[in-house]
Design a protein around this ligand. Structure first.
Ligand SMILES: Cc1ncc(COP(=O)(O)O)c(C=O)c1O
Length: 300
């Protein structure tokens, strides 16, 4: 699951604060809040055939996260859409693209964490890359991490922030163990999510996923729950334990970067019969149809 360099991205044009620059020249100031403290919020979006899937929901989540950390002067929705469009046009992009949208609190007058040191900003960064869905669809291997996801009274995961160290520590552990991704538990030992995706179980025809107490309000996660509802598939959020995962008939994870991907091994155990299950396949097909039917046009 280690992503490889795609030569089509060698000459990317990146949008930093409205300026279009070659990727080799793009950068932020050492005084930028992202450098000083991971102090910013972000979204990962996908462009399919000139349309961004769930664009409104992604922009809502960006605005909600920015508000939660009191970033002032957030660009309007129209301004953000115009910057995304400008970046896609500069790169001649229409399909098979992942967009990382970052909103930094901006540049500080001197180093330090105090947001009052920010006297300019925020800064919007649009990084659009050629990137096919990144996860192996043949079945991922997960390992439970010793790193726990924060509860809301420590750092609420509903803030989709640039401070990813918790996930990175989990990933370091997982890499050493040779697994594809880390499964993180919450402070009570229930399944929270993976290091960068949400997690689902299937048991006797019912689709289950963790509550969003210790994971972000995932857009792919919500799409899967909505697809279940509209297609008569029983589905609900639940507190899920590790033994419930071990005994599940199927397990899969979800995220914008990789859509739906089956999990066939967890902590050295085989999940279900060790192949991509029928429900995972069905939901993958429903998701593909939903993407084709409901993207929001961004290019003329
Ligand atoms: C920690 C984490 N979990 C899960 C996800 C997947 O969420 P979504 O489906 O909204 O892409 C993301 C995506 O940014 C994430 O950062």
């Amino acid at each position: 699951m280690l992503q490889q360099f795609d030569p089509r991205n060698a000459d990317l044009i990146v949008n930093v604060g409205g300026r279009l620059v070659h990727r080799d020249k793009a950068g932020v100031s050492p005084f930028d809040s992202l450098v000083q403290g991971g102090d910013g919020v972000w979204e990962g979006l996908r462009l399919y055939d000139g349309k961004i899937f769930r664009l409104t929901e992604h922009l809502d989540r960006l605005a909600d996260s920015a508000k939660a950390i009191a970033i002032a002067g957030v660009p309007s929705r129209e301004e953000i859409v115009a910057e995304i469009r400008k970046t896609l046009e500069a790169n001649g992009m229409r399909d098979g693209v992942h967009i990382r949208l970052t909103l930094s609190r901006g540049t500080k007058i001197t180093s330090g964490m105090d947001p009052r040191l920010n006297q300019s900003g925020p800064t919007l960064i649009v990084l659009a890359e050629w990137k096919a869905p990144v996860y192996d669809k043949g079945g991922l291997t997960l390992q439970t991490s010793s790193v726990r996801r924060f509860p809301p009274d420590c750092l609420d995961p509903k803030i989709h922030s640039n401070n990813l160290l918790q996930s990175i520590l989990a990933k370091i552990e997982t890499n050493a163990a040779g697994a594809d991704a880390a499964l993180l538990l919450d402070r009570d030992g229930f399944l929270a999510e993976c290091n960068g995706t949400h997690v689902f179980l299937v048991r006797r025809g019912e689709v289950l996923t963790s509550h969003t107490d210790a994971c972000p309000e995932g857009i792919t996660r919500q799409t899967v729950l909505d697809l279940c509802r509209s297609n008569g598939i029983p589905a609900r959020p639940a507190r899920l334990s590790l033994p419930e995962a071990y005994r599940a008939d199927e397990m899969f994870c979800t995220g914008t970067m990789g859509e739906l991907a089956a999990v066939t091994r967890l902590d050295g155990r085989t999940i279900g019969d060790g192949t991509v299950g029928a429900m995972t396949q069905r939901l993958t097909e429903l998701f593909t149809a939903e993407v084709a039917a409901s993207g929001e046009p961004i290019l003329d």
